[in-house]
Ligand binder design. Structure first.
Ligand SMILES: Nc1ncnc2c1ncn2[C@@H]1O[C@H](COP(=O)(O)OP(=O)(O)OP(=O)(O)O)[C@@H](O)[C@H]1O
Ligand SMILES: [Mg+2]
Length: 320
């Protein structure tokens, strides 16, 4: 068994942006454009970046809900990049997705307990009594004891996200990809769901890829954080280190928002100027150069290599 539950190597996902007369793509949205990362067993890797930088595409491609354009996805030492569709079920036993909108991911006409039983049937649990017992246990661990006979609309938003989490956990996964799991919830409920995710991780030994806009939540949840910009990971570091000493000018600007909110700290919010360029034709060299106040000639000429600053702190920037 490898130490990493997930390893992603040079992963790319391009979507056709325009097609020619023959239906072939002529231009591509380079949503994810050659990223490398790993998640260790029991670890939470946060993934942050502005809207449209490729976070969800990364999560969905890792799960093979989207076909990768290039690169490798290695789950628990096994290369799943080209695993046939019908073989993927064996992977979904170990890797699950929780996303933003719990209402959209639940069938409104099914009692939630029954819906989870169906997942268990698909994964081979034939005995009805055993399934019902498992559903009871799942509702118990997500804090909804005895609520399995209700329909989705009978729950509040936060409770529905608990149901979705119970469903993701039904098959005993080892890695859960959480894509903005609290963004659609009332602020007052968000902390409860975040705390539930933390306690489940500790109790069940889960690993998470935790995608979120909310940097404070990411800081709280993550062991390490990767910062994405326009399809690339520009910096990865242990969470405490990244929030204290961001090295990439993009991370500095992004994270300064959190520092500026911290009372007692005399840090200024760095304003990110300019628009995010199109992922169809990203800037040459460093993709951030068009918005970077440190940009020099080299930045348009060559793509920066990944450099290690020590202590697992990696950055792709010509400043280093
Ligand atoms: N099916 C698709 N077809 C074409 N382009 C797509 C498709 N899905 C995503 N994209 C594009 O890929 C890029 C990355 O999108 P993605 O949803 O991964 O970003 P994100 O970081 O999750 O953004 P957000 O924070 O808003 O959720 C965007 O430019 C988006 O428009
Ligand atoms: Mg997204």
């Amino acid at each position: 068994m490898s130490a990493s539950i997930l390893e992603v190597k040079n992963l790319k996902k391009y979507f056709p942006a325009m097609t020619n007369l023959f239906g072939k793509g002529t231009e591509f949205v380079r949503a994810v454009d050659g990223i490398d990362f790993y998640i260790n067993q029991g670890e939470v890797l946060g993934l942050v970046g502005e809207s449209g930088c490729g976070k969800s595409t990364t999560g969905r491609t890792v799960l093979r809900l989207l076909e990768p354009t290039e690169g490798r996805i290695i789950f628990d030492g096994r290369d799943i990049t080209h695993l046939k569709k019908k073989m993927l079920r064996s992977i979904y036993k170990h890797m699950q997705l929780v996303f933003q909108d719990p209402f959209a991911s639940l069938n409104p006409r099914k009692k939630v307990g029954k819906a989870i039983e169906e997942v268990l049937v698909v994964h081979g649990m034939k005995d009805g009594a055993q399934r019902r017992e498992r559903v009871r246990e799942l509702f118990d661990i997500v804090g909804l004891r005895g609520e399995e006979d209700k329909y989705p609309h009978e729950f509040s938003g936060g409770q529905r996200q608990r149901v979705v989490i119970a469903r993701a956990l039904a098959v005993n996964p080892r890695l859960v990809i959480c894509d903005e799991p609290v963004s659609a919830l009332d602020v007052s409920i968000q902390a409860q769901i975040v705390n539930l995710l933390v306690s489940l991780k500790n109790r069940l030994g889960l690993s998470y890829l935790f995608i979120s806009h909310d940097l404070r939540v990411v800081k709280y949840m993550s062991d390490r954080v990767a910062v994405m910009y326009l399809g690339k990971i520009v910096e990865t570091a242990p969470a405490g280190e990244l929030f204290k000493n961001p090295a990439h000018p993009y991370s500095m600007a992004l994270l300064s928002v959190v520092s500026a909110l911290n009372p007692g700290k005399n840090k200024k919010k760095v304003i990110l100027e300019g628009e995010v360029p199109s992922p169809v034709s990203p800037p040459s060299g460093c993709r951030f150069r068009t918005r970077c106040k440190y940009a020099a000639r080299i930045c348009s000429e060559a793509e920066p290599q990944i450099k290690c600053l020590g202590g697992g702190h990696l950055v792709s920037c010509h400043l280093y």
